[in-house]
Design a protein. Sequence first.
Length: 205
Amino acid sequence: MSESIRTAELEIGDILACYGTDLVSRIISAATCSPCQRPFYGPSHLATITRFQDRHVWSESTSLGRLPCQYRGIIVAGVQIHDPGERIAEYLQHGGYVEIYRLTKYWKFSPLEAAAFSQIFTEQFLSVPHLYDYSGAVLSGSRCYQLSKCFPAANLESLFCSELVAALLQRLQRLPLSNPTRWNPSRLLRQLIADGIYSRHTTAR
């Protein structure tokens, strides 16, 4: 399955919902599970697909990467890009899996929107170093505080995974404007599915 995803049909704007088997990933998924919404057991990490130098790339913000960023040439904690097949293979090799979610037909990007999505990511988040937002990631996982008026304002100088994806989708009006730091991976994915913006396309196991 990972081979077909690597060589064929990833689209700009696809969301990669990642399920790892390490302790941190399991804690994140368990802490953000929901008995009332699908997926019940949410992902521990989100990435998206953008286009860079005429190829589709896995675009993310993470502090747990083991591969050098293909833009910077070194291992970084923060915004980075990779070959999609290599990142999928990482999850599969350790017993995890990756679900691919795609914009529904009513919300698909036009060619101009797809180009803008990639350009915004490259120019505003990749070309200027953005470190990983550790505090935001922790706060987003709270059950009640993430929705309270006391939640701190967004600071996009550093980003965690779903914060980055939310900010990009807000720029293309696929997600209402709000504080992107409030979105943990599970909550963001469930909202996009519930609103009919995304649906599951396939799974690499």
